[in-house]
Design a protein around this ligand. Structure first.
Ligand code: NAP
Length: 285
């Protein structure tokens, strides 16, 4: 039975991936300010510790452990979940925020194209490994930080890993579309469980995102981008606001539901990608 009322913020447990930088750090900070435990899921211990210091200093909340996860490694994701389960017995919201942009093709330890692996499949696997805990903690939430770049994305089933002809922006668009398709498919599957799943575009935000990979022109306009705090508004809203407690399977921008691309709303496409992803993530029983 799903309890009608979620626990007080002070009792909640949140996970934010990529919590040491940009939108993820601002999201973790905003959630820490609300209360409860915020698990800072980072790939680098030192960068995680630096972010933690800043979060504790500015919120006074020291229930903000850094836990290591490399979303480009399925072994690392599985080991993160083991660590998390050893130390926590509930999960109120998982924010799949970590992401990268790669102009040139890179391959993860699992042999997958890095943007596909980190931006999409890593979150897909992490979410599935935590699903039983999310269900047991319902009402609970999954928030996928996608991008308006999903609008130009296509899922190339013949070359999902960009082995043929790799284009950085195309691979990024595919990974962000995959996140939105996953959001809708999982929301359909979890209907009635009390676990909601939503995606968002955070805005165009001044972060470390793709810093070394952007064309020079982006560096020129970067100062005009919005702050990470602005970028965290919608992820925090989706993870914590009572206004969206029962809302699921939506794509948000500026804290309001917006239509995502037509392609992203194709349930057959979502189902097909879901099936392929189960295999790629090693989740097929
Ligand atoms: N900035 C924008 O304008 C914008 C617009 C639309 C969508 N987004 C989305 O917002 C999300 C956050 O990006 P951001 O702008 O805040 O960029 P950011 O400052 O570069 O932060 C990205 C975070 O992801 C982490 N990360 C990267 N690869 C990882 C891996 N293999 N395993 C675990 N963590 C990893 C990074 O860790 P390290 O610091 O260790 O690299 C960092 O903490 C991304 O999903 C991005 O696609 C951003």
């Amino acid at each position: 039975m799903t309890p009608a009322v979620p626990p007080a913020f002070a009792e909640r447990v949140w996970i934010v991936t990529g919590a040491n930088s940009g939108i993820g750090k601002a999201t973790a900070l905003g959630l820490a300010r609300l209360g409860g435990s915020v698990v800072l899921a980072c790939r680098n211990a030192e960068r995680g510790a630096t972010a933690r210091e800043e979060i504790v200093r500015s919120t006074g909340n020291d229930k903000t452990p850094v836990m290591i996860v490399d979303l480009g490694s399925q072994v690392s994701i599985r080991s993160f979940v083991e660590d998390f389960r050893r130390t926590h017995n509930r999960l109120d919201a998982l924010v799949n925020n970590a992401g990268i942009f790669r102009r040139r093709r890179h391959v993860t330890v699992d042999g997958l194209e890095e943007q596909f692996a980190v931006n999409y499949l890593g979150g897909f696997l992490l979410t599935h490994l935590l699903l039983d805990l999310l269900k047991a903690s319902a009402p609970s939430r999954v928030v996928n930080v996608s991008s308006s770049a999903h609008e130009g994305g296509r899922i190339d089933f013949d070359d999902l890993q960009g082995e043929g002809r790799y284009r950085g922006f195309r691979a990024y668009g595919q990974s962000k579309l995959a996140q939105v398709l996953f959001t809708y498919e999982l929301a359909r599957q979890l209907d009635g469980t009390g676990v909601t799943v939503n995606a968002c575009h955070p805005g165009v935000i001044r972060t470390n995102f793709g810093r070394d990979d952007w064309p020079w022109a982006v560096h020129l306009v970067r100062p005009f981008f919005k702050s990470p705090e602005k970028g965290a508004d919608t992820p925090i809203y989706l993870a914590a606001s009572p206004e969206v407690g029962g809302v699921t399977g939506k794509y948000f921008r500026k804290k309001a539901p917006r239509p995502s691309s037509e392609r992203s709303r194709n349930p057959e496409l979502a189902r097909r990608l879901y099936e392929v992803s189960l295999d790629l993530a090693g989740l097929r029983p």
